[in-house]
Ligand binder design. Sequence first.
Ligand code: URA
Length: 215
Amino acid sequence: MPTGVASGPSRDCPICPRLVDLRLSLRDQHPDWFNAPVPSFGDPRARLVIVGLAPGLNGANRTGRPFTGDYAGDLLYRTLLNLRLAQGEYRADPRDGLSLTDCLITNAVRCLPPANKPLPEEIAACRPFLTGQLDAVRSARALVALGRIAHESVVRSFGGRMKDYPFGHGAAHTLPGGLRLFDSYHCSRYNTNTGRLTEEMFVEVMTAARDFAQA
Ligand code: URA
């Protein structure tokens, strides 16, 4: 199993200068927003863990809950509700009372990156927190990586070599240690608007991952 930092980054995590600058300027512009590393959300005893990329500006960075308040979250939480991995009502607000059962959502990078594009050194700097989170969910049987960056960071967390684990939508891999990793294109507005990812394609991967995790 991986080893990493068990607790998440602090609210004022100083590690990535570029992300700290953006955080501080957003705290000035929007003092009512969350503007801090976004913690994981869901069931600490989950059998399924979903790994996203990083908080979105108006989504998790504003609200403080992964995928909450942006387009990607509309598709993700709708799918989780339909698959009975989420209960309640998703209202794009962390106070909506939504809960996850047997499922936990985390991000490869905990802070908002400019233009949604973390630099390789930022992804690497945040990896100990991802590794620590994955290590903490000892019940996990399956992971879903949303997009290539999440996929690569998960594989590196487990000490895998990238050439042995090629990313591909719908691909599934057995990681060192035995967890099963399912890949999906990221459920972003861009990917769905361009037709790269349809809702059907997304639901198919999520269903396969849930069924594996719960078998
Ligand atoms: N919000 C998140 O928390 N993660 C993503 O990858 C996208 C939006």
